[in-house]
Write a protein that binds this ligand. Structure first.
Ligand SMILES: [Fe+2]
Length: 355
């Protein structure tokens, strides 16, 4: 009589026995807050990025109409920030456009003030519509115009107000989901709705972004000292790049917004770029691990993502999930603003790009 015959189990189906033995074991270790890695390993260490996000586009006409309606039901002061969150359709209820970034459309009506506060989350504003409202950041009051790229770095006090006679709308992007992922959020409100401003409009750009520095200025900041990168100043640079033939096959003639003192990204958590797609541009396919938010600033065109094609015009916002291959087409000359979490990924050594 062999050993195997001697140990023959009561149930003749070995698979069934194994399954029930495992289940019993998982239940047992579960009581100790432990779980078997081998059951989930493939989903944790994937061969390629597996995104939860989907591509999506928000038409500016819809965003403007709907946020103006919000102006009828809540004041900027009551809301603190009157913002419609652009939620990725696959991440509804999570206040995010990608897993790492928040995006929203903010409205300030004539005469309104969005009161002063500060927080650990860094923010950017990309101005879409209106003229003559201001944002005050760290004592510099800056007038906003369409296409301006404005920074509110980590812990910088900021307030906004509209002294013009038109509604002012902009795109807000914050690294809030990432800060909250680390459970490292702090925020503070100030007694006065508006901070004292000691600097003139444009001071920080003149002081730190002009090839000179105030004597003794710090040279190791993790974030740019410039508050407002105006469209009036950045847009002509794209024309110069285009004329010089410096046109990337996937991205067009593109600049990145940097900390002029170090050459690094303007913020340590979010990287923004502005690109000109020449008339008739057919971009080569591209993908990278940073899910990217785009705004059409001028012109109009399409972006192909897998089997899907998004059609964009002025101020439309769209998002490309991480590692999804995309390709821009611009039948007319167009300008695209884009922003992603690339600086965070680069700092951690996990950023990758490909065709
Ligand atoms: Fe804020």
């Amino acid at each position: 009589m062999s050993v195997a015959t001697a140990k023959k189990p009561a149930n003749p189906d070995p698979k069934h026995n194994l399954k029930s033995a495992r289940e019993a074991y998982y239940e047992k270790i579960g009581k100790y807050d432990m779980a078997p890695l081998w059951e989930v390993l493939k989903g944790l260490v994937t061969k390629e990025p597996k995104t939860q996000c989907v591509p999506a586009l928000w038409k500016f006409a819809d965003a403007k109409r709907l946020v103006l309606e919000a102006g009828e039901v809540i004041t900027a002061e009551e809301a603190e920030r009157r913002v419609l969150v652009l939620e990725n359709p696959a991440l509804r209820g999570k206040s995010r456009i990608t897993n790492s970034l928040f995006a929203g459309i903010q409205l300030i009506l004539p005469g309104e003030v969005a009161p002063a506060h500060r927080h650990v989350s860094s923010a950017i504003r990309f101005v879409m519509d209106g003229e003559g409202a201001y944002t005050a950041v760290e004592g510099e009051k800056s007038m906003m115009a369409p296409g301006d790229f404005i920074l509110t770095p980590n812990w910088a006090p900021h307030d906004h107000g509209n002294t013009s006679d038109k509604p002012m709308l902009w795109l807000d992007v914050l690294d809030m989901p990432t800060v909250n992922h680390f459970e490292a959020s702090f925020a503070e409100h100030f007694d006065d709705a508006m901070q004292n401003t000691s600097r003139q409009d444009g001071d920080s750009l003149e002081f730190y972004g002009s090839g000179v520095l105030p004597d003794g200025a710090p040279t190791h900041l993790k974030r740019s000292p410039v508050i407002n990168y105006t469209y009036a100043r950045t847009r002509p640079i794209l024309d110069r790049l285009n004329k010089a033939g410096e046109i990337d096959k996937s991205h067009g003639a593109r600049v990145r917004y940097v900390n002029p003192v170090t050459g690094g990204w303007a913020l340590p958590t979010m990287g923004a770029q502005l690109s000109l797609l020449p008339k008739g541009f057919k971009g080569e396919p591209y993908r990278s691990t940073d899910g990217t938010i785009f705004v059409c600033v001028e012109g109009g065109g399409t972006t192909k993502i897998g089997d899907e094609t998004l059609e964009w015009g002025p101020n439309d916002v769209f998002v490309i999930p991480p590692w999804m291959r995309y390709q821009h087409n611009a039948p007319k000359e167009s300008v695209l603003f884009s922003i992603s979490d690339r600086p965070m990924q680069e700092a951690l050594g996990i950023w990758r790009e490909g065709k």
